[in-house]
Design a protein around this ligand. Structure first.
Ligand SMILES: NC(=O)c1ccc[n+]([C@@H]2O[C@H](COP(=O)([O-])OP(=O)(O)OC[C@H]3O[C@@H](n4cnc5c(N)ncnc54)[C@H](OP(=O)(O)O)[C@@H]3O)[C@@H](O)[C@H]2O)c1
Length: 341
């Protein structure tokens, strides 16, 4: 048995799709844990638009680049299969920075990490990839961003962009659970049908084929109480223009403009933050790390009660990881994109 790794072969160019060509598939021996370490078998990997920045060869807003020849970074989930660490027993399930490889050595020392990311799964559910998506990092971003920053109340109107995406599909489900009226924005009729039929939004806006401003005027005449923003750009502007009094904008991501260089000019309708006494606030999910067991317990409970529908789109095999990452930008797939190894 060997450890397969995807290592960066060359940097990505502006606008170039993420593909397997950017990586070397390398086989190494499976590493042995030293005293104080443990070995994790990666059963599944998650995806995040932020991972594109690692490939660019220059410092992005948050992320240091990967060096050529370095293992691709990424979050994975799997069992501890050998342990020489007193706090991590063989058979326990963890989600952590495994990188794009079959096996990883972890030392459990979170103080050395730029952000804490090693999470013990207390009530593992099958398939394990759920702990990267519906019951893991994607859902945690939805849970903390929406509940802690958005502070919704039952009966309020919530607008979610990239609602057919990973985080967005979870925000919409949590908003529905909390008794909100949910409007989802997605690209194309199929995605709009999916967010209505599977995610359960009250109304959908196809931003690629409908006029966002007209549809918002029709669907939210009294304004948006919470806008959960995954995309930035023109959609953020339309939401700003249609805010309710004391509306809240949760800035989660800006996939529509994030990798445009030089950065695009800011929103035109931000004056409405004054007129509507509104709040616009960003968040970073890993800041909530110490509280993850609370989110995990809530999400697992809702899932077992049948109140959460898993939305994972599963790619198969380590070699499909670049395609899974690219699918975030191509916009063809619905739900949370995960890779099962
Ligand atoms: N703040 C945090 O801590 C945190 C944590 C996790 C994720 N995030 C951010 O949250 C957002 C959602 O993450 P995710 O992993 O769930 O990704 P995602 O929403 O599944 O991303 C893929 C979707 O984004 C939409 N999209 C892609 N390019 C677009 C464009 N140019 N304009 C508008 N929409 C576009 C597409 O949907 P359509 O086909 O519907 O356009 C695509 O299917 C990202 O911006 C991510 O960076 C932030």
């Amino acid at each position: 048995m060997k450890n397969r790794q995807l290592r960066l072969k060359r940097n990505i160019r502006q606008g170039e799709p993420v593909s397997l060509d950017l990586f070397d598939l390398v086989e190494t021996d499976i590493p042995e844990p030293n005293e104080g370490q443990f070995l994790v078998e990666t059963k599944a990997l998650g995806t995040s638009p932020a991972q594109r920045a690692y490939l660019m060869g220059e410092m992005s807003r948050f992320h240091p680049p990967l060096a050529i020849g370095e293992l691709m970074r990424g979050r994975g989930v799997g069992p501890v299969i050998k342990s020489r660490h007193p706090d991590y027993k063989e058979g326990e399930i963890v989600a952590c920075s495994t990188g794009w490889q079959d096996y990883s050595i972890q030392d459990g020392d979170q103080t050395k990490m730029p952000v804490k990311t090693l999470q013990k799964i207390h009530d593992p559910q099958e398939p394990l990839y759920l702990h990267l998506g519906t019951l893991g990092a994607s859902a945690f971003a939805a849970y903390y961003g929406f509940l802690d920053v958005g502070r919704p109340k039952a009966g309020e109107t919530v607008l979610v962009s990239s609602c057919a995406g990973g985080v967005g599909s979870m925000v919409a489900q949590i908003a529905r659970l909390k008794g909100c009226r949910v409007i989802g924005i997605a690209g194309g009729p199929q995605k709009c049908a999916w967010i209505q039929d599977v995610v359960g939004v009250d109304a959908a806006i196809d931003y690629k084929n409908e006029d966002l401003y007209e549809k918002l005027a029709e669907l939210v005449p009294n304004g948006i109480d919470v806008y959960f923003d995954n995309v930035g750009g023109e959609t953020l502007d339309a939401a700003l223009k249609n805010l309710a009094l004391r509306g809240r904008i949760v800035v989660c991501g800006l996939i529509s403009t994030e990798y445009i260089d030089p950065p695009v000019p800011g929103p035109r309708h931000y004056y409405n933050l004054i007129y509507k006494r509104a709040r616009m606030e960003g968040f970073f999910v890993w800041d909530y790390f110490e509280d993850f067991p609370t989110a995990e317990a809530d999400l697992v409970r809702w899932y077992k009660q049948g109140k959460l529908t898993p939305t994972e789109r599963v790619f198969k095999g380590l070699e499909s990881a670049p395609e899974a990452l690219q699918s975030l930008f191509a916009g063809v797939d619905t739900g949370i994109k995960v890779i099962e190894l």
